[in-house]
Design a protein around this ligand. Structure first.
Ligand SMILES: *Cc1c(COP(=O)(O)O)cnc(C)c1O
Length: 421
């Protein structure tokens, strides 16, 4: 058995981060603005604006304290107010939808389609029509999510959104560097959300960014990210603002990370390829890959689905014990679970595989539980087709990222094969 645990996605430093941080200390820029923030934003702009075989775009980027803050400010800038509705992909991490509630608005959940696992454009249009009919007003924004890095059908989503005049906020927090038709995610909609949390494609320890259409919309976001201060010699406030700007120290880490972002993405793709290769003859396990040439996922996490008939050793004992503490140890889970099971959970074979990998010192995790099945959102409207619930029942996330070596992937695949009864 391996002594060193293999994690889902660990932060990986380039070695240049400390130079940028040192410079911030040497020049006394230890504040939530400064040369590293400006430099990091420039690096990000260069990265997201480049396109395959086409002239670069001219989007602007604002560095923020978290991806969640980016979602929050994008919604604010789209004019979301108390009582408004926002259409959001149900199959996502809670940071896509929680900020809607911060504004007193209502998340309306849209299920996924089978190819990309992301927002189903047909359901999106059904929902828009139905919300207009039921409430007499248009939803204020649409949030598709690049789950595990996989692009959504952005061409169809934009066509529908434009036809109804509803702005799109792309949640590309997991999809930094993923492309659709050769264009970087986050640059199609009115706003694009990025995250640099410790487990994402690159990290600033914690942080995020918002991709904006132009300088004016960047300035608007900056205004709200820095407590909405008007230009007077004294503090003058005509709007409510937030303290969401990125720290110059964190941005120093980001600048270091930008020197290896291409390597990181290439490595994630390589790990995905290796899983596919090594698992192709294992019946009952299917890797989730790009549905067509138009998709170019960064494979932030590699994901697989288990045939419900696949027997995993010990699955008869799955969910016998109430979990105490955090699954995987990375998340700050402080509430103890009150029950060993819920009415919507992964199949027994998926849980048994997770436990088998855990015993082999490998971190694995179920897919994200759809928001429309979360108790906190039980009263929210949702437009469903069963796809995300079904995927949640059969799916599992496997380790990816720069620290996962070819030998690690072989070790993980061997552990998977050994767990099959
Ligand atoms: C991580 C994540 C976010 C939020 O990012 P933070 O930087 O952690 O606040 C938003 N949406 C999705 C889908 C994410 O995975």
């Amino acid at each position: 058995m391996r002594k060193e645990r293999i994690y889902l996605c660990l932060a990986h430093m380039s070695g240049k981060e400390m130079d940028f941080i040192q410079e911030a200390f040497d020049t006394n820029w230890v504040v939530p603005m400064g040369p590293n923030v400006n430099g990091f934003e420039k690096d990000l702009e260069y990265f997201v604006n480049s396109r395959e075989g086409k002239a670069p775009l001219d989007k602007k980027v604002v560095g923020l304290s978290a991806g969640t803050a980016a979602v929050h400010l994008a919604l604010l800038a789209c004019g979301v107010q108390p009582g408004d509705e926002v259409l959001v992909q149900s199959f996502t991490f809670c940071a896509s939808s929680h900020p809607i509630t911060y504004l007193g608005a209502v998340p309306v959940f849209i299920d996924s389609e089978k190819d990309s696992w992301n927002m189903d454009p047909d359901l999106l249009e059904t929902a828009i029509k139905d919300r207009i009919e039921k409430t007499g007003k248009k939803p204020k924004a649409i949030i598709p999510v690049a789950l595990y890095g996989m692009p959504y059908q952005i061409d169809r989503i934009m066509e529908i959104a434009d036809r109804y005049g509803i702005p799109v906020i792309e949640d590309a927090a997991e999809g930094l560097g993923s492309c659709y038709d050769g264009q970087v995610l986050g640059t199609f909609g009115r706003y694009g959300v990025l995250s640099f949390n410790g487990n994402k494609m690159i990290t600033t320890s914690g942080g995020g960014a918002l991709i904006c259409e132009d300088e004016a919309s960047k300035n608007e976001i900056l205004f709200y990210a820095t407590q909405a201060r008007e230009s007077y010699p004294y503090y003058q406030h005509e709007h409510i603002g937030y303290n969401y700007r990125m720290s110059n120290i964190c941005a120093g880490i980001g600048r270091g990370q930008m020197t290896v972002i291409d390597d990181h993405i290439a490595h994630h793709k390589h790990v995905q390829e290796l899983y596919c290769e090594l698992l192709k003859d294992v019946s009952g396990i299917t890797m989730h890959g790009n549905p067509s040439d138009r998709y170019d996922s960064n494979f932030w996490l590699c994901t697989a689905t288990l045939d419900p008939d696949l027997k995993i050793k010990g699955q008869e004992n799955a969910y016998r014990k109430v979990i105490t503490g955090a699954v995987g140890g990375a998340a700050g889970v402080t509430h103890a679970a009150s029950t060993a099971t819920t009415d919507c959970q992964p199949n027994d074979n998926v849980e048994a595989l997770r436990v088998a990998l855990d015993v082999a010192n490998i971190e694995a995790r179920p897919l994200w539980k759809p928001m429309h099945k979360q108790p906190v959102y039980r009263n929210n409207p949702s437009y469903t087709n069963g796809v995300s619930e079904e995927l949640f029942a059969v799916g599992i996330c496997l380790p990816a990222g720069p620290y996962v070596t070819d030998d690690d992937v072989r070790y993980i695949v061997d552990a998977i094969k050994e767990s099959i009864a």
